[in-house]
Design a protein around this ligand. Sequence first.
Ligand SMILES: [Zn+2]
Length: 208
Amino acid sequence: MRLYVACLASYNNGVLHGRWIDASSDVDEMQEEIAAMLRESRFPNVSVKCPHCEGTGKVTFHNSETGAIREDTCFECAGAGKVASAEEWAIHDSEGLPRCFGEYPGLEKIAAFVELAEEFDHLDAEDVATIVDHFGGLEYAETEMRDHFAGVYDSFRSYADEIADEALAGLDPESIAVRYFDYESYARDLKHDMTIVEISTGLALFWP
Ligand SMILES: [Zn+2]
């Protein structure tokens, strides 16, 4: 999962400046990468805290042999503590995010999706995106996945048979109810109640 963040000041000047960054569950991490991209813009319009000296204008050198400490002017900002940067940015492309997110999902939403994909890391992130799209939104999909997810099965029938066998396990195997149990009609009834989402590894099933 990644997104292409572009500098709008560059864009408005007919220059393409931006970079692909990894989608992360940490908004600050994505914001740091965007800030770094904006500082490299050829069309800065604001000054921001120098990331190298963190605004102090000074850097400290440690001599590991003598233990001496020497303070010097920060080369990045020439001691000013501030560096030039562009300010406005936009997401211009993305990969692996749910389609229902649209063009401008915002970092919080992206982070929430990555968190969900990490929580269900036995599924491909693309499959998690497919499930979110099926439910038409992140919040609904989060509830379904956390509270109603039955698992991934090759076919609906294999799931229904498993559930039926569990239900029948406590009964007398010689009883009529067990001997003549209608698996097919049981599966048919169960299917009515459940949500089925086709993903790359099979069928993701959700209880009502
Ligand atoms: Zn500096």
